[in-house]
Design a protein around this ligand. Structure first.
Ligand code: HEM
Ligand code: HEM
Length: 464
């Protein structure tokens, strides 16, 4: 089958767009990390922390994350279905709409337009565009899989299917709102119900944007890049079904000690603990796969990314369930511990696995070799060090924050004022900026490497 039939153009388009929005999101991440300890860098009104934070989270989850998910899922589906996309022109149009949508989202957030729901800030006209985008994606995913030429369905396809269905259901339900003009709307649900639906959505955004599609990449690109078949297909399938079953019940762990009925919180916590098992099913599967030849960690630069990525996923999925317990939640909830947890997952698991998948795909579709393995290794170490500094400082300051908030005098009054507990974070926040800067430099090495690889491939093609 020729490459043209595989429609690599759309895959390339999504990858390049994802990297572009990733740069925007990461640079804004750096800026907001500075704003937290240097308030004068809040340039009112458009570039204040309140607005930029949402541009950071949306830019990275939906720009970097979803852009890569669309592109790499198409790459994987075509190869596993052994046929081109059913509707290549639709996929191309989806690429354009994706970029217009992210641009509009960023501008609207800078203008201060928000539904005030975390990870669902965008107002209803943009929500509609996002639903159309996912419908386009779903048509190609299901159409291509139904018309596949390979009967067997490898595990990555299951993860992509789960992502497509779950995101559609979650996004539509949580964004049901009553418009009050073009740029303002009100959540259809009120009070505790609103919070419950929002965190059912919020946690599953983590599950079906930062977990299932990334696992689809991991399961596909780890065996491809190492040449070692996945250790156990049976384990991958068992882990898949138990993961998707459990994820959807866990959102209430974000609302521990709130007015949400106790039994809903307990139900959420039970499923949260259960999640360790299916998550570790994939971690173990990854370790055992490379375990047949650990020397790959030394000889194959991509293995390092995938194995460290799944290791952070493994740590994240032990830390996450622990955080859901009431005893732990009452100490760390609302503190900086949570961004520490978040960035171990996003900077460690999501970006490492996505970057490694892109390193695999770009040389393949440009018929060349990676520009420099040395540069890839520098990239690896910088993002690893940057992420560790980020996460570890946030865990320390988070525990300190929780402890100071709880400290009381003999008469029961609070020992520290809120502002005292806040300013004690400053040194840690400064260190976080250093970690973020190291991570950003690492990502620049990645972009340089990808750019040079594309150039090398295009020049060779032009000469041929
Ligand atoms: C240079 C790298 C980065 C820096 C400096 C950075 C910085 C920050 C800062 C300062 C916050 C706000 C924390 C708070 O409100 O207390 C934040 C939140 C967040 N960031 Fe990043 N970030 C970076 C990379 C990333 C990446 C790569 C992703 C995703 C792929 C990401 C996703 C998020 C998310 C989801 C939140 C919300 C966390 C929460 O509500 O607890 N960040 N980031
Ligand atoms: C077994 C898997 C996981 C469980 C049970 C879990 C559990 C939790 C819990 C309980 C919280 C709430 C902390 C609090 O505010 O008190 C949380 C926050 C968060 N987790 Fe995880 N986590 C898991 C895996 C992941 C992964 C793989 C990521 C991917 C990057 C992730 C990203 C996040 C984000 C973005 C938040 C912040 C939400 C916010 O804005 O408040 N988690 N997680």
């Amino acid at each position: 089958m020729s490459d043209y039939q595989y429609d690599n153009q759309t895959v390339k388009g999504f990858i390049v767009s994802s990297i572009f929005w990733g740069v925007v999101g990461i640079v804004i991440g750096l800026l907001i990390s500075i704003q937290m300890w240097k308030p004068e860098t809040n340039f009112a009104p458009y570039f204040t922390f309140g607005r930029l934070r949402a541009v950071h989270t949306n830019g990275l989850a939906f720009g970097l994350g979803v852009g890569a998910i669309f592109g790499l899922s198409y790459y994987i589906i075509m190869r596993l279905a052994k046929r081109p996309l059913l509707f290549p022109k639709l996929a191309r149009f989806q690429l354009y709409l994706f970029n217009v949508g992210i641009l509009l989202a960023a501008v609207s957030l800078l203008m201060g337009q928000t539904q005030s729901l975390e990870y669902a800030e965008l107002e209803w006209p943009i929500d509609l565009a996002i639903v159309i985008l996912w419908v386009m994606f779903a048509i190609n995913v299901f159409g291509t899989i139904i018309k596949r030429k390979e009967e067997q369905m490898y595990i990555s396809l299951w993860y992509i299917i789960a992502t497509t269905i779950a995101v559609a259901v979650l996004y539509i339900v949580n964004n049901l709102s009553i418009p009050a003009g073009l740029t303002k709307s009100y959540h259809l649900f009120a009070g505790v119900n609103s919070a419950n639906v929002e965190w059912w959505y919020g946690h599953n955004a983590v599950g079906f944007v930062f977990t299932t599609p990334i696992l689809a990449m991991f399961y596909y690109f780890l065996p491809k890049s190492t040449g070692i078949p996945i250790y156990s297909h049976r384990l991958s399938i068992i882990a898949f079904w138990s993961l998707v079953f459990a994820y959807l019940w866990t959102g209430a762990h974000h609302l521990v000690y709130t007015p949400l009925p106790d039994w809903i919180q307990t139900l959420g916590i039970v499923f949260t603990i259960f999640l360790i098992a299916p998550s570790w099913g994939s971690v173990v599967n990854g370790y055992y796969t490379v375990g047949t030849d650990w020397s790959k960690m030394n000889t194959n630069y991509l293995t390092k990314f995938f194995i460290m990525g799944i290791t952070f996923y493994g740590l994240q999925t032990v830390q996450g369930p622990t955080q859901g317990l009431r005893i732990v939640s009452q100490l760390i909830h609302y503190t900086d511990w949570v961004p520490g947890h978040v960035h171990m997952g996003t900077m460690g698991w999501v970006t490492m696995t996505t970057a490694a998948s892109i390193y695999y795909v770009i040389p393949k579709i440009y018929h060349t070799e990676i520009y420099s393995e040395k540069v890839a290794n520098i990239h690896f170490w910088l993002v690893l060090i940057g992420q560790l500094i980020f996460s570890i400082t946030m865990w320390i300051t988070g525990i300190q924050q929780g402890a100071l908030w709880k400290a009381t005098n003999a008469d029961g009054s609070l020992k520290y004022t809120f502002i005292e507990t806040l300013t004690k974070n400053y040194p840690y926040w400064q260190l976080r900026t250093v970690g973020g800067l190291i991570f950003t430099v690492g990502m620049l090495f990645f972009i340089y490497n990808i750019y040079m690889t594309i150039r090398k491939g295009s020049l060779a093609e032009a000469k041929a």
